[in-house]
Design a protein. Sequence first.
Length: 252
Amino acid sequence: MTTRTKRGRLLRLAAGILLLLLVGAALTIIWVTQTPTLRPEALAALHSDEQVQVHGGPWFVFWPTHGTPDTALIFYPGGRVDFRAYAPAAHAIAAQGYPVIIVPMPLNLAVLAPNKASQVMAAYPQIHRWFLAGHSLGGTMAARFVHRHPDAVAGLVLWAAYPASEDSLAALAELSVTSIYGTRDGLVSADEIQASRALLPPDTAFIPIPGGNHTQFGWYELQAGDQPATISYGEQQEAVVRATLQALHSGM
């Protein structure tokens, strides 16, 4: 076999490998960007009203129209979930006087940008007390941010989520943490939530939502692998908002 023939074969092999890598990358991007279908309630909550001013940009901001708030909530969406699915909850929380900033993530994966909260905080110097919250993977990455920046936040609210083992918050006794979970969650089980106690401060509040599942923490169609809830979207959302507001109040 001549040197030229060997070189040709190597070039063809390299081209084939490159093509496979490109196809794999394209399929991965398609997979992560195919989010569950939003419900109409999500889009309706993106509009301003007398209580809440809503505006977009690098983040989606829900700001109370009255008062001068000094406490705000940054929210990390769940993995492969359209960030707009959390607009109704954000709107409801903001209507009670707490600005909420939903942070869209690259390829809908918070794991690709867990430190985005720093940018939000820098943009709103008038806010003196920050809480982080997140759903599922978003909650895990919110916990990662708190682990890396423990002095930057007053509290953490986990929606069907828990920290990764390397991001334990157990030693942060002064941190206000609330863990909210559905008893029919098919993706993050109640057993997993209970096992996360060892990774969280001893005074963490664990709040179950009887009949709630993983999907209904947002307003989108049933997520693959989840169980059907035995309560309505509205009932679960009311419980989630109520528990989150309780966390914001108690952390003051």
